[in-house]
Ligand binder design. Structure first.
Ligand code: PEP
Length: 256
């Protein structure tokens, strides 16, 4: 890996009460207190953000949202704005997760609007892309990644500039929550393609600086071979981020 600081991010999805969330983050903070050299992020459900933010004081762990609306405020029942995320102390936001795309019909165009809004607010977007099993089996993986990148970064392409903080997460849909991890070779191939796409559209500096995370059934025992790949700069972790010992294990094992 080049000079990119690794990031291990936990996506808690629709899990944990406030008390459970605080207890988890306290245990994670304790577990990694002597561990430096990488960034750690947790993305709790909206209801727990405020309490988790408080629990994270005096720790290096960052806070992120799992989604946001592109408008700042208004008549959007059930939605949360980027401004609300910054207000509660978030620095990051996951955008375009495959569950949002597949279960809630989120389009590349919507993800693009959200990314633009997040960047304007100073939030670091984590843009998720990835193919389904059927798409992989049809040999369409790289084409799907290109389509998702082009659509979700349309504003950046138009402006010919990308937020240097933006993070991409390659998450093959068939590996999410299934226990099937992409092989290090499959993951590296996709990551290298994403970096090449960034290079050809935004230049070498942007491509070299960009952190590209792998997501899909990451566990303490498979993280080190993934992190050994040249273009894998960290992980977006779902299920295994809900238990302190496995999340801490992933963080510790990710540095070899
Ligand atoms: C995710 O949902 O972002 C994810 C990677 O989930 P899991 O680790 O459970 O596969």
């Amino acid at each position: 890996m080049a000079n990119r600081k690794p990031l291990i991010a936990g996506n808690w999805k629709m899990n944990l009460t406030i008390n459970e969330a605080v207890s988890l983050v306290n245990s994670v903070a304790e577990g990694i207190k002597d561990h430096q050299g990488m960034d750690v992020l947790v993305c709790p459900p909206f209801t727990a953000l405020s309490a988790v933010k408080k629990a994270l004081e005096n720790t290096p762990i960052c806070l992120g949202g799992q989604n946001m609306h592109w408008e700042r405020a208004g008549a959007f029942t059930g939605e949360i704005s980027g401004q609300m995320l910054t207000d509660v102390g978030c620095t990051h936001v996951i955008l375009g997760h495959s569950e949002r795309r597949l279960l809630f019909g989120e389009s590349d165009e919507a993800v693009d609007r959200k990314i633009s809004a997040a960047v304007k607010l100073g939030l670091t977007p984590i843009l998720c892309v990835g193919e389904t099993l059927a798409q992989r089996e049809r040999g369409e993986t790289l084409k799907i990644l290109e389509t998702q990148l082009t659509g979700s970064l349309a504003h950046s392409l138009k402006d010919k500039a990308i937020d240097p903080k933006l993070i991409v997460a390659y998450e093959p849909v068939w590996a999410i929550g299934t226990g099937k991890t992409a092989s290090p070779h499959q993951a590296q191939e996709a990551h290298a393609f994403i970096r090449k796409w960034i290079r050809s559209n935004f230049g070498n500096q942007a491509a070299e600086a960009m952190r590209i995370l792998y997501g899909g059934s990451v566990k303490p025992d498979n993280i080190s071979e993934l992190m050994a790949q040249q273009d894998i700069d960290g992980a977006l972790v779902g299920g295994a981020s809900l238990k302190a010992d496995s999340f801490v294990g992933i963080i510790k094992n990710s540095q070899g």
